[in-house]
Design a protein around this ligand. Structure first.
Ligand code: GDP
Ligand code: MN
Length: 382
């Protein structure tokens, strides 16, 4: 789950990371009031979940209320890479002596956390990585050891941060690491991390991605829930406890188990089709779950056929078959459904379905056959 800058800054603040005084505004009048409260000069910033807002005209400085009104009016409603600005963050503007870059993320191949620190911040770090890779000091951190202040001090020196900034930056990095680990982030990035002419180090931007799998231990994350910018179906699926990810194709997929769901995507591709989604209904394939899954997929206008691929293990196929029939009574499905049901009690399951099969509800003996049929029903090879 990505956070808006203002949410990321509030998250940082919980861990003692210094940020500028500011607040959000949803209207021009609110923006001016917030600017008055923050103290001029202020910076007015578009809140959209996409980078490069500065270049797109979404970050403006204002010296007085009149300028604040002008910029807030221009930025609200602005389209930044397909994201329309509905909310602003207004904060007291900082004087900038230096712009640095700092982030923590997971390096899966190294099985360690990866810190990236550069004295050349402000610009996109991908650009620095290409033009001047030596300017980024990488630090792999063993999650068991964590990041000590000692290690952070060596790191800020290795990254060539200005002498006056080093001690504050090292302390800030330890806090950012704590935020990243204890706060269960997939990414915690500050760009720019600035040094002011008064020799203060603090965060001017915040890019935070929370690890959705850790949501159960963070009830406070509820305030960050934001269906906007998220696939509407993904939101609805999440509400029903389904593991759904929207894709671009035309064959809707329902499978039990993440592994089988991924294999199903592969086999649909292999048959020349393309999946409209990933959907793992997990162990419980009862009528409620099946109805919810069919409903979510049915609401996707791209879907032309639905491939239900269930391998009964603990889940019994006869129960799944009853679940499918019950679900069909509740949901009016606009696409033909292709079933491949195998595993525990498969024969009993097929017998239950036998009388209900039609050109709208097709059963196939194997996964490959079912994929071929589903792709054909979706209009053939894409
Ligand atoms: P991004 O473009 O989406 O990454 O948005 P940022 O929050 O990083 O802002 C873009 C740029 O605006 C920064 O790199 C700064 O150069 C500038 N900027 C942001 N806040 C301030 C501020 O308080 N004072 C000054 N002088 N510049 C700022
Ligand atoms: Mn930035």
């Amino acid at each position: 789950m990505d956070l808006y800058e203002y949410q990321g800054k509030q998250y940082f603040a919980r861990y003692g990371i210094p940020i500028s005084k500011g607040g959000v505004a949803d209207t021009v009048d609110e923006a001016v009031a917030q600017a008055d409260a923050s103290g001029y000069p202020v910076v007015i910033k578009a809140q959209v979940k996409v980078g490069g807002r500065g270049k797109a005209g979404g970050v403006k400085l204002a010296d007085n209320a009149e300028e604040a009104r002008f910029h807030a009016g221009n930025i609200l409603g602005l389209d930044i890479k397909g994201h329309v600005v509905k909310r602003l963050w207004v904060e007291h503007a900082s004087d900038i002596a230096k712009e640095y870059y700092a982030s923590f993320t997971l390096d899966r191949s190294a099985k360690k956390h990866l810190g990236m620190l550069s004295a050349e911040g402000g610009v996109e770090i991908e650009e620095v990585a290409v033009t001047n890779p030596d300017a980024i000091a990488l630090l792999h951190i063993d999650p068991v050891d964590g990041l000590t202040l000692e290690a952070a001090r060596e790191w800020v020196a290795a990254a060539n941060l200005d002498e006056v900034a080093r001690e504050q930056a090292a302390e800030l990095l330890v806090k950012l690491y704590t935020c990243y680990t204890e706060g269960d982030c997939d990414l915690a990035e500050i760009n720019p991390l600035i040094l002011t002419p008064e020799d203060r180090v603090h965060a001017l931007d915040a890019k935070v991605t929370l690890d959705a799998n850790a949501a159960y231990r963070h009830p406070e994350w509820a305030e960050f829930e934001d269906s906007e910018g998220e696939d509407e179906r993904e939101t609805r699926a999440k509400e029903r406890g389904l593991n759904y990810i929207g894709l671009d194709g035309t064959v809707g997929i329902i499978a039990n188990g993440a592994g089988l769901a991924m294999s199903t995507l592969d086999v649909v591709n292999q048959c020349g089709g393309s999946a409209a989604n990933f959907l793992d209904i997990g162990g419980g394939a009862n009528a409620d779950v099946m109805a919810a899954a069919l409903e979510v997929i049915n609401s996707d206008p791209k879907v032309k056929s639905i491939f239900v691929n269930i391998f009964g293990g603990i889940t019994r196929v006869d129960e799944v078959a009853n679940g499918v029939l019950e679900a069909l009574k509740r949901v009016d499905i606009s696409s033909p459904i292709v079933l491949r049901l195998d595993g525990t009690n498969a024969e009993a399951g097929r017998a239950i379905l036998a009388d209900h099969l039609s050109d709208r509800l097709v059963a196939e003996p194997t996964m490959l056959d079912a994929a071929r049929t589903a792709v054909a029903l979706a209009g053939g090879q894409s």
